[in-house]
Ligand binder design. Structure first.
Ligand SMILES: NC(=O)c1ccc[n+]([C@@H]2O[C@H](COP(=O)([O-])OP(=O)(O)OC[C@H]3O[C@@H](n4cnc5c(N)ncnc54)[C@H](OP(=O)(O)O)[C@@H]3O)[C@@H](O)[C@H]2O)c1
Length: 293
């Protein structure tokens, strides 16, 4: 940590998939930032980034948010999807407003909608609404299914050459989380993104069977996509510790994918970053070592 300038950007979720990549990209651009973390454990890589300042806190703890938001102009809001997510994020919006934050970049989800049958899409839409009503300048990032979600299937891909879901043969314009982070970095550091909703997708919509074919080609071994029932998916998620609310939410999410509702391709990543979004072949090439013994 060599940059001594007090950061004006706060990142939440900085230990997660998108947030850690966002922190890395900001540091590479020479932009100092503060990261809100729940614990300092396992944060050595984050803390070592140039311009990183870590503050311990929790979105459920208003006092810690007050400290974290002191002197902050722009903030990135992200939590995982849990039963508490809507309340946690709503608290953050209120505290950001009180602290005089000027611009909030919220990580939402593709097809966020108050009337959606998918609970994740409803809670994201509710937080978006709260932000709109707060009067804060905002940018909503609405990514589609993350390619990096496949890391959860590393073991069955390595050991059995299989991964599982309930997506059927629907096409999904899945997106690389590195490109989502690049849009977040741009929205936090450059003007012109206020009041914008960005649908963040990859450059093409592909089926899970096509994902399996690209994995087979890239890893040089056969990989199969196995379409399972909702009941099997629920059992698998519960057996690895997913709370019921989250497991049911993921089942709803995949039903939405299976209905073909997440196949649209957006130009937002190209428009905002000037770079073509990574496709699934790029993803497999870059992470081949992760999916190999
Ligand atoms: N996965 C997908 O395909 C997909 C697609 C579209 C949208 N999304 C959206 O993406 C978001 C998840 O992004 P992600 O995968 O980058 O998340 P992630 O890797 O699960 O990380 C979640 C982050 O939130 C932090 N967090 C959770 N509760 C917190 C609290 N009470 N106070 C402070 N920090 C807290 C976690 O901190 P700790 O390290 O302390 O736990 C972690 O840094 C969700 O909103 C989801 O709906 C996901």
């Amino acid at each position: 940590m060599t940059n001594s300038k007090t950061p004006s950007i706060l990142i939440t979720g900085a230990t997660g998939t998108i947030g850690s990549e966002l922190a890395t990209q900001l540091a590479a651009q020479g932009v100092s930032f503060r990261a809100l973390v729940r614990s300092l454990e396992n944060t050595q890589t984050l803390a070592a980034l140039d311009g990183a300042e870590l503050v311990v806190g929790d979105l459920s703890d208003a006092d810690s948010l007050r400290r974290a938001l002191d002197g902050i102009d722009r903030a990135f809001l992200l939590t995982n999807s849990s039963e508490q997510a809507e309340n946690l994020q709503a608290t953050f919006v209120e505290m950001a407003q009180r602290a005089g934050v000027k611009h909030l970049v919220k990580l939402s989800q593709f097809a966020a909608d108050l009337d959606s049958p998918v609970r994740f899409l409803r809670y994201h839409a509710a937080v978006e609404q709260k932000i709109r009503e707060s009067g804060l300048a905002y940018t909503f990032l609405r990514p589609n299914l993350f390619m990096q979600g496949l890391f959860g299937f590393r073991d069955p891909i390595v050991k059995q050459g299989k991964f599982f879901a309930t997506a059927g043969d629907a096409k999904i314009s899945l997106v690389d989380s590195r490109d989502i982070a690049a849009v977040a970095a741009e929205a936090l550091t450059a003007p012109g993104h206020e009041g914008k909703n960005y649908d963040l997708t990859g450059p093409e919509a592909i089926t899970h069977q096509q994902m399996a074919a690209y994995l087979s080609e890239g890893l040089g071994k056969p990989v199969f996509y196995i379409n399972v029932s909702d009941a099997d998916l629920r059992q698998a998620l519960r057996s690895v510790g997913f709370p019921e609310w989250q497991a049911d939410g993921l089942i709803e999410d995949y039903a939405h994918y299976a209905r073909g509702e997440a196949s649209a391709v957006s130009s937002a990543i190209q428009d905002v970053t000037g770079k073509t979004p990574r496709d699934f072949r790029n993803f497999v090439r870059d992470y081949a070592a992760v999916f190999s013994e």
